[in-house]
Design a protein around this ligand. Structure first.
Ligand SMILES: NC(=O)c1ccc[n+]([C@@H]2O[C@H](COP(=O)([O-])OP(=O)(O)OC[C@H]3O[C@@H](n4cnc5c(N)ncnc54)[C@H](OP(=O)(O)O)[C@@H]3O)[C@@H](O)[C@H]2O)c1
Length: 324
């Protein structure tokens, strides 16, 4: 049953389902045609699915749209949730900038708490290392936030293993957050084993590779102008074709299991050794209802073997984000 499947976030004392709602798409920055009503319904759908973890960030929306929508959606049910947010990246003009100086992290955390209408978050991440600020200084600021009770546990995202070690030496990490999916498995080499050794939870982003691995974009899909997914190699040319061939194989495996491709992909992701939770982005309730359905799926060794064989047949992946 679901309750048995809750997993600890390191030694924070909190535990979460292996599927969380990733709250980037509801910010509407890269997702086209997002509405507030659908976003709020998406967040509320989590309660019935047994999803108790929402992942957001200061920078999800130029004016904190994601955090503000969460506040509206969870009114009266805050205590049921583990909320994670992040600081250290902000909007600057039409782009984003890194600033993870201690004073900035303090100010952004205050602003996130205000938007969320809460006095603390269960998990607060350094969103990404700031090239101008030593990671130890950012970690020191997050430790101060923990000591002040505004943040109940610390995390770090988009850090190399050396940066994670430097952070952890200053401020105990409960969780790290990195990209990971069937097609991007770099962290299996070093980071996942280190996190297991240190009892640090690993929350993985892009489990569906921004929708590709939901298997619903047909081979001849016409991307709308402004669809930012086209910037990723996986969505273009030969890589797109190879991914479609791979998805054809996943369709067979999912069909035999009587589940959807998205459920197969998400269930595979959160059952990989060392992975705590798959952060599944969604902007409509039916999307999180489908991916949340993976919580009921236990893959057999034969199904896992068939997936590995399909991955071998697909061959090496061209990816723009490399973490080991
Ligand atoms: N720490 C970081 O730097 C970082 C970076 C990226 C993400 N994240 C976190 O990780 C979360 C996940 O990443 P993500 O949201 O970018 O990508 P994702 O979970 O791989 O994909 C989300 C997208 O997949 C599509 N989708 C979802 N469920 C679907 C379904 N059942 N059927 C068909 N399509 C479906 C939707 O796209 P459409 O409806 O638009 O087609 C949705 O916007 C984020 O929301 C965020 O919380 C963190």
């Amino acid at each position: 049953m679901l309750a048995n499947r809750r997993r600890p976030i390191g030694d924070s004392g909190f535990s979460v389902a292996p599927v969380a709602l990733g709250c980037w798409p509801i910010a509407g920055v890269t997702t086209l045609g997002t509405t507030d009503a659908e976003s709020i319904a998406t967040i509320r759908a989590c309660f019935d699915l047994g999803i108790n973890h929402l992942d957001t960030a200061f920078v999800y929306g130029p004016h904190g749209e994601s955090e503000s929508l969460i506040r509206q959606a969870i009114a009266g049910r805050r205590e049921e949730l583990v909320i994670a947010t992040k600081g250290g990246i902000h909007f600057e003009g039409s782009g984003m900038a890194n600033d993870a100086r201690p004073e900035t992290l303090h100010a952004e955390c205050e602003e996130s708490l205000r938007r969320l209408a809460t006095d603390r978050v269960e998990l607060y991440y350094l969103h990404a290392p700031d090239p101008k600020t030593p990671v130890e200084e950012s970690a020191g600021a997050i430790l101060e936030l923990v000591e002040a009770g505004k943040v109940r546990s610390a995390g770090a995202s988009n850090c190399s293993l050396d940066q994670l070690k430097a952070f952890h030496a200053v401020c105990r990490l409960a969780a790290v957050q990195l990209p990971y999916n069937m097609l991007q498995r770099g962290i299996e080499k070093k980071t996942l084993p280190w996190c297991r050794e240190q009892n640090i939870a690993v929350m993985v982003y892009w489990p569906l590779m921004k929708g590709l691995l939901a298997g619903k974009l047909p081979r001849d899909y016409q991307f709308a102008e402004g669809d930012s997914r086209l910037k990723y190699p996986m969505y273009r040319g030969k890589e797109w074709e190879r991914n479609q061939d791979f998805l054809d194989q996943l369709r067979v495996i999912a069909g035999e299991a009587q589940i959807t491709v998205a459920q197969l992909v998400v269930a595979w992701t959160f059952s990989q050794p060392g992975v705590t939770t798959a952060l599944c982005g969604a902007r409509r309730p039916e999307q999180i209802c489908e991916t949340g359905g993976a919580l009921q799926v236990e893959l057999s060794p034969q199904q896992r073997g068939a997936i590995e064989a399909a991955l071998d047949a697909r061959g090496p992946v061209e990816s723009d984000r490399q973490f080991e």
